[in-house]
Ligand binder design. Structure first.
Ligand code: SAM
Ligand code: SF4
Length: 353
């Protein structure tokens, strides 16, 4: 059991009263890592994330525009201690103004480090401009490099476009990590070739346990591939040894990977055990949905509208106070692995993964 689970999360006594208190919650955690969803729309339909027919998407004018995103990122960074911002969705490359959003946020004095999570479709034509605008890293979601399995999982035959986007990001000097979800009978037995493919190209691969964030509520705890199973799958081919390093709130546990036959050190792999080895006690995240709601936890339906008050003329201090109050109510943990767990209403693509 990870140390995070063995610790009791203490309850803090007093709510924040000034901006310098930052985004603290009742359990003493401080959010410094902001996820900003740019859209709910997507050009893929990954089975664990979106239904085949899509979802009823909010109209564009209900979404935060570039100036509103910049204002919230600025307030997060300059007033509330946010140090990292990751743009996500839906598919962020579907935002026509993505380069402008990055440029605006990168221009914030003493601003946060900026990254994007993307399926990489549409990244090839933008990678160099995003890098020039100030983007540092991309996390590309790629569950397999087998074209048939890719088309089954994403319900679209676009593997070539993803690989083109990945290569362009690397060539543009962006840091590249690859995220993969393993599904039983679909790509679990393709985990080793995917890891080899990433190691050969210098992309850090992280396997993520499938979470109950599919709007169809088809997630089944007994069917999901656990972190323990991933370690076993990889161990048939590689020696995987946990790295002796401080995770510092990072969700991925990283392992050194050595070829079992040749003994050659090949690089590292990460495993994000969101369900079976929850890291709630060390969570440093806060989220903004594309329609401008603060969501303190992926798994809690509690959301606080901050865009509405901003459009009604709220001052910076008022916006900061709304955000702080929302974070104060962050739940202790997600409870996914317990019997009383209730599936959240919004799915991953609508919250911002
Ligand atoms: N469209 C972009 C992409 O796929 O990278 C960004 C949004 S997507 C919701 C962000 C991440 O969430 C992806 O890495 C995806 O694999 C992951 N994800 C989506 N649904 C998930 C689920 N049910 N369990 C675990 N990860 C999930
Ligand atoms: Fe789209 Fe990303 Fe969800 Fe796949 S995981 S459907 S690419 S939002």
């Amino acid at each position: 059991m990870p140390a995070a689970l063995q610790r009791t999360i203490p309850t803090r006594r007093s709510a924040p009263t000034t901006a310098s208190d930052g985004l603290v919650d009742r359990f003493g955690r401080r959010a410094i890592d902001l996820r900003v969803s740019l859209t709910e729309r997507c050009n893929l339909r990954c089975t664990y994330c979106m239904p085949a027919e899509g979802l009823p998407f909010a109209p564009n004018d209900a979404l935060m525009n570039a100036a509103e995103i910049e204002r919230l990122v600025r307030l997060g960074a300059t007033h509330l201690g946010v140090r990292k911002v990751r743009f996500t969705g839906g598919e962020p490359m579907l935002r026509a103004d993505i380069v402008d959003i990055i440029a605006r946020c990168a221009a914030i004095p003493d601003g946060p480090e900026l990254s994007v999570t993307t399926n990489a479709i549409g990244l090839a034509s933008r990678a160099a401009r995003l890098r020039a605008a100030g983007l540092r890293r991309v996390n590309v979601s790629l569950d397999t490099v087998d074209p048939d399995a890719f088309a089954r999982i994403t319900r679209r035959p676009f593997l070539d476009r993803v690989l083109e986007g990945l290569a362009a990001a690397h060539a543009a000097g962006l840091g590249v990590k690859v995220n993969a979800v393993l599904l039983r009978g679909e790509n679990d037995l393709l985990a080793v070739p995917l890891l080899r493919w990433c190691l050969e190209r210098g992309y850090e691969l992280r396997f993520i346990e499938q979470m109950p964030l599919d709007p169809g509520h088809a997630w089944d705890r007994t069917e999901m591939i656990t972190a323990a199973e991933i370690r076993e799958l990889l161990s048939e081919t590689f020696v995987v040894t946990p790295r002796d390093e401080d995770r510092d709130g990072a969700p991925a546990e990283r392992y050194d990977v050595v070829d079992r036959v040749s003994g050659e050190a090949l690089g590292t792999v990460g495993i994000i055990a969101s369900v079976t080895e929850s890291f709630c006690a060390d969570c440093t995240r806060t989220r903004l949905t594309a329609d401008g709601h603060v969501r303190s936890c992926l798994f809690s339906d509690a959301e606080t509208d901050v865009l509405g008050p901003m459009r009604a003329g709220a001052s910076d201090d008022e916006v900061v106070a709304i955000w702080q109050r929302a974070m104060w109510e962050k739940p202790r943990d997600h409870g996914v692995d317990s019997t009383g767990f209730i599936h959240p209403v919004r799915g991953m693509s609508a919250i911002g993964g």
